[in-house]
Design a protein around this ligand. Structure first.
Ligand SMILES: Cc1ncc(COP(=O)(O)O)c(C=O)c1O
Length: 322
């Protein structure tokens, strides 16, 4: 492929590897000056929601493409709505903020962006806050894509259960939901696994700690439904499209039993952070031959070329920065 990342995002030496600027409620703020009062700690996070967004560098075009920015902003607004938090900024204003921040930090390499919306001003986070505007902060950091190489991870079925819609709705990308992911991934690490796969209280597969999951069995891709306690993943939707329309692999959304993972031909996890990674084993049951399988191999290449704009199709998925 031609659009491989060749340079890292810039970061000034004086800021110890941090970018020069972040965007904070309408202003470009120098990284070191973007502070909050100590009394804002802890409770401001309780209703905070966020997004993880990737931008991919296309070296040939000298262009940076933000992947599915519209979908991420839509989901950010959905998460804010669930928190009864209003946005002082429109989707167009935030799109412009993303672009201006990437330019201000002279990002010319694969970059991870994180918009965070929270109630500032020292409101105790456990108290009811109704329809108040949130503060919005966007940060950038250099994050090379792993899509050029196959990656195989080993997973366990976690002894922790997935949070549920009536407890802490997983479809809100809320900071506090990640306590569930943290218990799961800590258990995995302690026991020598890379990732934990979480069952919902019905005993069905929901997702991995920070990613959605698919299995391939007899030429069909199967993934748990949105009602299984998963985040409404943007990568999952993109991969469903590529599987169906580029690879002619049917995709079914239905409940999945853990033993189906043991017997699958291929299993993979996907998400903005992990991108696309093969699962080589689940609970030490080898999946397929334990390596990246043929469906994941092809899907990874297709996805890599689309996100970087090496494949010109699906231009609507990419927001150019320069
Ligand atoms: C819990 C969880 N599930 C799924 C995903 C995948 O979602 P997306 O593809 O929108 O990044 C993520 C984020 O990467 C996540 O944190």
């Amino acid at each position: 492929m031609t659009g491989k990342s060749t340079s890292a995002s810039s970061a000034s030496a004086s800021s110890g590897g941090n970018p020069d600027f972040l965007w904070r409620s309408g202003e470009m703020v120098e990284w070191e000056k973007a502070t909050v009062h100590i009394s804002d700690l802890a409770w401001s996070a309780i209703s905070a929601v966020f997004e993880g967004v990737r931008a991919y560098w296309n070296a040939q075009e000298q262009q940076l493409y933000i992947f599915h920015l519209d979908a991420h902003l839509k989901r950010l607004f959905q998460s804010m709505k669930i928190m009864r938090m209003t946005s002082p900024f429109s989707k167009d204003e935030l799109t412009e903020a993303f672009i201006q921040l990437l330019k201000a930090n002279d990002c010319r390499g694969d970059t991870y962006l994180q918009p965070l919306a929270y109630f500032g001003g020292g409101v105790p986070g456990y108290m009811a806050v109704l329809e108040r505007p949130g503060e919005i902060v966007i940060t950038t950091r250099s994050a090379a894509s792993g899509l050029d190489e196959p990656k195989v991870v080993h997973c366990n079925i976690s002894s922790w259960s997935r949070i549920t819609d009536n407890v802490m709705p997983p479809r809100a990308k809320a900071i506090t939901n990640y306590q569930n992911s943290r218990y799961v991934s800590t258990e995995s690490r302690v026991n020598g696994y890379d990732f934990g796969i979480i069952l919902n209280p019905d005993g069905k597969v929901s997702e991995a700690a920070y990613a959605c999951i698919f299995l391939i069995r007899d030429g069909v891709a199967i993934t748990p439904p949105l009602s299984a306690g998963i985040l409404e993943s943007i990568t999952r939707e993109a991969l469903k499209d590529l599987l169906t329309n580029e690879m002619n692999v049917p995709v079914i959304e239905r409940d999945v039993d853990r033993t189906e993972l043991y017997l699958a031909d291929e299993v993979f996890i996907c998400g903005t952070a992990v991108e696309l990674q093969s699962v080589g084993s689940v609970d030490r049951y080898k999946v397929g031959d334990g390596e990246q399988g043929p469906v994941v191999a092809r899907l990874r290449e297709l996805f890599r070329d689309v996100v970087r704009g090496v494949d010109p199709k699906r231009a609507g998925w990419r927001t150019p920065v320069y």
